[in-house]
Design a protein around this ligand. Structure first.
Ligand code: PEP
Ligand code: MG
Length: 592
């Protein structure tokens, strides 16, 4: 039960993932199953209503066969055959004839009639003392949901591109591609029931500067489109029907935030150097070519992670080499002489192009993702590597591979780069012969063999989002276990330290480009562990720089030493918070 803050309002708490406060009407998306109303029809409308039902049944059959095919490919025919029971429901003439009888007899819409009959069948099955029959009730409800979705025409994802008026989007879940398509002028903010801080949807929200809250559990079911709401992306709160008192209090918070932003603006052109003269390289993470302006305005020295998959995630065709070259060139020339670190496609996990025929996987984050996908899909990889190499002739380009888990992958990828370099040389196409190539360190196995990897690359970039997920076995998307997703876990700090030491032994540099790098509370810890570069979303760069300029390198080393000898993640976090609050109190006192 959501608690009221002031009388008449309802407050829902989740996980804050993208800062900012917004208010406006909410639009609840994706609630087909709750929108079944009884609509009386005239005699002349009835034949078309029956046709509509038949079309929805055919479409549903088609959908189920498609899912069955994907599951069969991914997991084998036996698993795929579980959908046979679903197909049988659609072929049950007794059920369908009864639905048609209700449409014609009661002169009502197909959704209502179908729901009535299917729900009666399902409840009868569910009440029988027989496990097999009870399972059939589940099948019946599953199929009913699909048929109703098709009748209501809501089988596609939410259309967030064509919103009529500015609103706050509420949905059970949003994929990264849904988020990438959001029209910033119409989406004031968004909130979802599931997700966590390092899900790609959250990362996208920060990149688009859309205030967002995730992990609201089942809040979307308790909200209605059209209600007025306030969304607080600092504290992870959505307030429905905020009272005047609440709006007043938030007005103050927004004013304090503006003051802080003005203060941060002052240091944008200043260097990222600690009080005792230690220089830190601060870069920005980008997802789109259009983000270059945000990078320049943030005071970052170039790009430390270009998530290239987002360039194409919301498109319906594969990018050609030329299209990619143009996109990379645009970023590289705009940021020259700063460097742009282009990461090769990290498709898979929660990010797939809708037009790629990729089988559904049981564990997509452990599946056909990133370098594993690229090494098999050679044409896609070749286009990208050639485009990056060509762009390297236009400025300061670096490149890295995501999800390296072993030496073979790195060797294979490096060999392909050499092959495409030879092609370009032969064609007389210019590229930077000395373009630095690095490996992302985001899988524990990569840390364990970091010395071997380091001999074959010029740098490491630690992807803490995945490193934490894979080391602690905590799904980075799952709000139910978000409390276990602990960046200051002693194991994580030791993995970072081991990576830094291997890099030093082999004379290469190390950056951090996961969300840890954008968290000012953790800046001292990462610097103390010895990383050379921090790369964060552009809106977070000024805060991190502010923090760097308030710290002494000596105290960061002392903090890291304490952390490496400490057994408790929460104790380490408390120490980090103490140092951060002491060093830069103004960064923290204005968060409400
Ligand atoms: C990471 O895993 O930390 C990272 C930067 O990559 P992504 O968030 O895109 O998986
Ligand atoms: Mg990653």
């Amino acid at each position: 039960m959501p608690e009221p803050l002031h009388k008449g309002e309802r407050i829902f708490r989740g996980i804050p993932v993208s800062v900012g406060v917004c208010r406006g009407k909410i639009l609840v998306l994706g609630r087909a199953q709750h929108a079944i109303t009884k609509c009386p029809l005239s005699d002349s409308e009835l034949p078309e209503e029956v046709n509509r039902l038949e079309r929805a049944l055919v479409q549903t059959r088609h959908d189920i066969l498609d899912v069955q095919h994907r599951v069969g490919e991914a997991m084998g025919a036996a698993e795929g055959s579980i959908f046979d029971a679903h197909l049988l429901v659609l072929e049950d003439r007794t059920l369908i004839d009864e639905v048609v009888r209700i449409i014609n007899g009661e002169k009502v819409n197909a959704e209502y009639a179908f729901h009535q009959v299917a729900e009666r069948y399902a409840s009868t099955l569910a009440a029988i003392e027989d496990d097999y029959l009870r399972e059939r009730a589940g099948d019946m409800r599953d199929v009913t949901g699909r048929v109703l979705n098709n009748l209501l025409g809501q089988q596609g994802g939410p259309d967030v591109r064509n919103l009529k008026e500015p609103c706050i989007i509420i949905r059970h879940d949003l994929t990264p591609s849904n988020t990438a398509q959001m029209d910033r002028s119409k989406v004031l903010g968004f909130a979802t029931d599931i997700g966590s801080k390092t899900s790609h949807t959250a990362i996208m929200a920060r990149s688009l500067r859309i205030p967002a809250v995730v992990g609201l559990k089942n809040a979307s079911e308790e909200m209605e489109s059209g209600q007025y709401a306030l969304l607080d992306g600092f504290n992870g709160i959505v307030i429905i029907n905020p009272t005047d008192q609440t709006l007043f209090e938030y007005g103050q918070l927004i004013r304090k935030q503006v003051t802080l932003e003005e203060k941060l603006r002052d240091i944008i052109s200043k260097p990222a150097v600690t009080l005792d003269g230690h220089r830190v390289l601060l870069s920005a993470n980008i997802e789109q070519a259009a983000d270059t302006q945000a990078v320049l305005e943030s005071g970052a020295e170039g790009v430390g992670l270009f998530r290239t998959e987002y360039l194409y995630i919301s498109r319906d065709h594969l990018p050609s080499e030329e299209e990619q070259y143009q996109a990379y060139r645009q970023v590289v020339t705009a940021l020259k002489p700063h460097s742009v670190l282009i990461r090769t496609f990290d498709l898979g996990g929660d990010k797939f192009l809708s037009h790629l025929q990729v089988p559904t996987e049981m564990n997509p984050f452990l599946g056909w993702r990133a370098i594993r996908f690229c090494l098999q899909e050679r044409d896609i990889f070749r286009n990208q590597l050639r485009a990056i190499l060509r762009a390297s002739a236009e400025g300061n380009v670096k490149m890295m591979y995501p999800m390296i888990s072993g030496l073979d992958e790195l060797n294979q990828a490096n060999a392909l780069v050499e092959e495409y370099k030879a092609e370009l040389r032969k064609e007389g196409v210019p590229f930077d012969e000395n373009m630095e190539i690095g490996a992302m360190i985001e899988i524990p196995s990569a840390v364990m063999i970091a010395d071997a990897l380091a001999k074959r690359v010029k740098f490491f970039s630690i992807g803490t989002n995945d490193l934490i997920q894979y080391s602690l076995a905590v799904d980075r998307m799952n709000e139910k276990i978000a409390h276990l997703y602990e960046p200051t876990h002693p194991a994580i700090l030791r993995l970072i330290k081991a990576t830094v030491e291997a890099a030093r032994r082999n004379n290469i540099w190390v950056g951090v480009c996961g969300e840890m790098a954008g968290e000012p509370v953790l800046t001292a810890l990462l610097l103390g562990l010895g990383v050379n570069e921090l790369s964060a979303a552009p809106p977070l760069v000024p805060q991190v720089k502010f923090m760097v300029r308030r710290l002494k390198a000596t105290e960061t080393v002392a903090l890291a030493e304490f952390a490496l000898g400490c057994e408790s993640g929460s104790e380490i976090l408390a120490r980090c918070q103490d140092l951060a609050r002491q060093s830069a109190p103004s960064l923290f006192e204005d968060k409400g």
